[in-house]
Design a protein around this ligand. Structure first.
Ligand SMILES: CCCCCCCCCCCC(=O)O
Length: 297
């Protein structure tokens, strides 16, 4: 069954937009985005949940619209506890721009992966300055999300899901096809630095989930980033979790290798949508959009 691409997804907006948000990349949209108040954001998030549950598209972003007020009062009596800062509607088929880098992500990858959140990977250099390394988009197969999570979570509201400890873990542990697409932003990135950064980031997750360093598995993963490849600004890396917990690495459309490991898949996803993610907004958007998917009947 194909999912409707017209369903409105939610993407966080920056509280402080950078200058133009543009980049030299092709294929991106830099539509100026409004800034929203926390109350509006809460109301918007609540209304999306209600709208999704009712199977209707949200067409207004007016915070004074009675629908928002009503939905907010009904669903979020204590809206200050809502963690999602601010959201806007994304048309189900339009690309979404990561606001700080200006990098654009297609709403759908291949024929079945839906964009659920975008973010930015930063890294501090010698504790002195932060560089923007790459922008990323997190995609999942909507049918898989429903197949694996509907029974347990289908009847919960978005707000209840956000507060459920199991939900995020189950999302990462189930055999759901997911892809993290990275687009390089930093122009002086070497393959060697990618390898050593993944040794640190993926290495810490392998340790966290298995209690051992899994050196051999880590090395199998990082060795796919071979010295001869170049990753100039604009390069695309896809880390794709395929059925049966197979992690496929693709650089600029070329497959580098596949590794079957539930632990590795879990560790990679944890970087982007786990407890301590690279970009909290991206993770929150993914949770929110998965919740919306689950509320679609
Ligand atoms: C001055 C060199 C800076 C190098 C930063 C490399 C960061 C690469 C990050 C790739 C892996 C990861 O996201 O953990």
């Amino acid at each position: 069954m194909m999912m409707s691409l017209r369903f409105p997804f939610l993407f966080s907006q920056p509280t402080n937009l950078p200058g133009s948000g543009s980049s030299s990349q092709n294929n991106h949209r830099t539509t100026p985005r409004p800034r929203f108040s926390a109350t509006f954001a809460a109301a918007t998030a609540a209304s999306i949940g209600a709208a999704a549950a009712a199977g209707v598209a949200v067409v207004s972003q007016n915070p004074n619209h009675p629908f928002f007020q009503h939905a907010a009062n009904l669903l979020l009596p204590n809206s200050s506890s809502l963690l999602w800062a601010s959201v806007s509607l994304a048309d189900g088929s339009a690309p979404v721009v990561e606001p700080k880098s200006g990098v654009s992500f297609p709403a759908v990858l291949g024929s079945s992966l839906t964009l659920l959140g975008v973010g930015l990977r930063k890294k501090s250099i010698l504790g002195l300055k932060n560089i923007d390394v790459y922008a990323f988009g997190v995609y999942a197969n909507g049918d898989d999300v429903k197949k694996f999570l509907s029974e347990k979570y289908g009847n919960l509201s978005a707000f209840e899901l956000k507060n459920s400890k199991d939900f995020n873990n189950d999302l990462m542990e189930a055999d759901i096809s997911m892809t993290v697409r990275l687009q390089i932003v930093y122009s002086k990135l070497s393959i060697k630095s990618i390898r050593s950064a993944y040794e640190e980031s993926v290495g810490s997750r392998l340790q966290k989930f298995s209690g051992s360093d899994n050196k051999e598995l880590l090395q199998r993963f990082t060795s796919q980033f071979k010295d001869e490849y170049k990753l100039p600004r604009g390069s695309l890396v896809e880390l794709s979790k395929e059925p049966g917990y197979v992690l496929k690495t693709i650089i600029d459309g070329k497959e580098m290798g596949s590794i079957e490991s539930k632990l590795l898949c879990r560790s990679i996803l944890d970087l982007y949508i786990g407890e301590d993610p690279f970009d909290r907004r991206a993770k929150d958007d993914v949770d929110l959009n998965v919740a919306s998917l689950l509320q679609q009947k």
